[in-house]
Design a protein around this ligand. Structure first.
Ligand SMILES: Nc1ncnc2c1ncn2[C@@H]1O[C@H](COP(=O)(O)OP(=O)(O)OP(=O)(O)O)[C@@H](O)[C@H]1O
Ligand SMILES: [Mg+2]
Length: 327
């Protein structure tokens, strides 16, 4: 079952039973399995999970940037589509971890930004430049005119990430997907970029999918959080309650392995989740977390649990399924 939406607020994006398999030379990659979630207008959804849990592969498949055998439905503003590729660049855009990989090193920043508008919106060069400058000003980029004449390598990582965010926002998309946008940055730049994302949401009402393996970063930005493990959704819920009272054993393991998550929280001994994340080429049968789960039951390895509502969460775990034993 997917998350319920308050009356009158139709989801901007509804993903239902989305699965993707990629054929690789050495086998079939089960990139994601039965992923369902909803995102409302103006909402920010954090996507967390250990490295290798399939966060990027799932979102890239949804964007149509990785092509594989897909199942399930995806609808954007009520229109069903196989993936979001028809909306890319205009209604939906994406920001990645390493802005240098996404910027062309041999083109001036100004040219790269204006091209987005001349190509996607068919604006003339003058008008495009005006709009780029105005976006930079709205995003409080210092000395935007000077920046436009420079090349990407002339700037630090934090400033390049600002440029990427400005670029992603040029067409004022309804949805921005950010994949580890602050991971490569130092603490100061990380804080500034997070502030920028919050501003974007306030000023433009942009919906945000914010992917990060850093739970403390996600807790600062996300209204709701989706926890993924090995390409499958484990738990979805409001950021505040999910971090305080995790339901799924995997979410609990993730939080227990953090030194400190929320201010004022009692210090506890650090625990790590024993074992390692499985390969997605041959993922475990049944619940994908079952081989590492401290509360595993017999049926866990036989059949994957359906997502169920439990309190303010959606949780995929036999402990909470009918006949299970909620703790
Ligand atoms: N294009 C690809 N082709 C083949 N395998 C891939 C591809 N992209 C990712 N994978 C594999 O899919 C699995 C999930 O990777 P993914 O990058 O989605 O994890 P992640 O949750 O984003 O991790 P991180 O936090 O490190 O970014 C990994 O085992 C990875 O090796
Ligand atoms: Mg990733």
């Amino acid at each position: 079952m997917s998350d319920t939406v308050p009356l009158g607020s139709a989801p901007l994006l509804a993903v239902d039973g989305f699965s993707v398999r990629l054929r690789l030379p050495y086998g079939e990659l089960h990139a994601c399995e039965n992923v369902s979630f909803e995102l409302r207008a103006g909402e920010s959804l954090g996507v967390v999970g250990e490295s290798g849990s399939g966060k990027s592969v799932t979102m890239l498949s949804m964007m149509g940037l990785i092509r594989g055998r897909k199942e399930g439905t995806l609808s954007f503003k009520g229109a069903r589509m196989e993936d979001l590729s028809p909306l890319r660049g205009r209604d939906v855009s994406m920001v990645f971890q390493n802005p240098l990989n996404s910027l062309n090193p041999s083109l001036r920043i100004g040219k790269q930004l204006t091209e987005v508008l001349t190509e996607h919106l068919g604006l003339g060069r003058r008008e495009a430049e005006k709009r780029v400058l105005s976006m930079m000003e709205r995003l409080a980029v210092p000395e935007p005119e000077r920046l436009m004449r420079r090349y990407p390598f002339e700037y630090s990582g934090g400033m390049r990430q600002r440029v990427m965010i400005a670029m992603a926002m040029l067409c004022e998309p309804d949805l921005l997907i950010a994949d580890e946008p602050t991971t490569a940055l130092d603490v100061t730049n990380q804080a500034q970029i997070l502030h920028l994302f919050r501003e974007l949401q306030e000023r433009f009402g942009t919906s945000l999918i914010f992917i990060s393996h850093d739970l403390s970063v996600v807790s600062q930005i996300a209204h709701r959080v989706m926890v993924m493990y090995a390409g499958a959704v484990m738990e979805i819920g409001p950021s505040e309650t999910l971090f305080r009272t995790p339901l799924h054993p995997y979410t609990r393991g993730l939080i227990d392995s953090l030194p400190r998550l929320l201010p004022g929280e009692r210090k506890k001994p650090l625990a790590s989740i024993p074992g390692t994340i499985p390969s997605l080429i041959d993922p475990p049968k049944g619940c994908r977390f079952s081989p590492r789960c401290p509360q595993v039951q017999e049926r866990c390895a036989l059949q994957a649990p359906e997502a169920v509502r439990h309190a303010d969460r959606t949780v995929c775990c036999w402990l909470y399924a009918e006949g299970g034993r909620p703790r």
